[in-house]
Design a binder for this molecule. Structure first.
Ligand SMILES: CC(=O)N[C@H](C=O)[C@@H](O)[C@H](O)[C@H](O)COP(=O)(O)O
Length: 229
């Protein structure tokens, strides 16, 4: 497999099409139609959760995909593609990129991230690996382990970064990530306007992932409802 994900997504928009159990649009069929809309609009890539959603989307569009599998385990707070089992399952779909949590927190069953990366490189040499990081220490881990792309996905979603938003102070944190990262940076998480997308690219990001602001109608509707008395 020739993997030209980075060429295809350079300075472009990647749209995340995700709906978890409990969300109103939780359905692989609906996610595939979201992906169709994203493709028609001109997105360069997609991000999707779970093997079934990825497969449904692959049937619908030819866009390259960042695949993840969100799974909760009792013995760990890590939930984005947390173990080698999910990493293998996602990569087996043939998606171009597999993303996983890189926050320095203990993984389920005491699995070590370094071992997971080593195993993935051996079994899926053509699959790119994206680090979903939360802070600069995590970016350093991603650098050391040789991830192919570094995302800001978990910034604001871990105890260490609670309450933070990647857009704070004109993307002050993102600028530091771009300086520190040894791999292309993907801005992801709460990028909720076209102006923010443009700013992230101006600041040196390789690409931007936008999710909820495009594909989560419940979240979008609430922004309208919230301004009412
Ligand atoms: C923290 C976490 O679980 N983030 C997830 C990662 O895949 C998704 O729920 C987000 O929708 C995605 O990162 C895109 O971000 P936003 O929807 O804010 O544009």
């Amino acid at each position: 497999m020739q993997n030209d994900f980075l060429e295809q997504t350079k300075k472009k928009l990647i749209i995340s099409c995700q709906a978890l159990p409990g969300e109103p649009l939780h359905s692989s069929f609906i996610m595939s139609r979201m992906a169709r809309a994203a493709s028609m609009a001109g997105a360069a890539g997609l991000r999707a959760n779970s093997v079934v959603d990825i497969q449904a989307i692959q049937d619908e569009t030819a866009l390259p995909i960042i695949g993840i599998a969100k799974v909760d385990y009792d013995d760990s707070e890590v939930f984005i593609t947390p173990t080698i089992k999910e990493m293998r399952a996602v990569a087996s779909t043939g998606c171009q990129v597999v993303a996983c949590d890189v926050t320095g927190r203990p993984r389920p069953h005491h699995e070590e991230l370094a071992e997971i990366v080593k195993q993935m490189r051996a079994e899926f040499p053509d699959t790119l690996l994206m680090a979903d990081t939360d802070r600069l220490e995590s970016v350093e881990i991603a650098n050391e382990l040789g991830f192919d792309m570094i995302g800001t996905t978990m910034h604001g979603y871990t105890p260490a970064t609670e309450g933070l938003n990647v857009a704070d102070n004109d993307f002050e944190y993102l600028k530091e990530v771009v300086d520190l990262a040894k791999a292309p940076v993907i801005a992801e998480g709460k990028i909720d306007s076209p102006a923010k997308l443009k700013r992230c690219l101006e600041l040196g990001c390789h690409a931007v992932v936008v999710g909820g602001a495009i594909t989560r109608p419940l979240q979008i509707a609430r922004t309208f409802i919230d301004v009412l008395d």
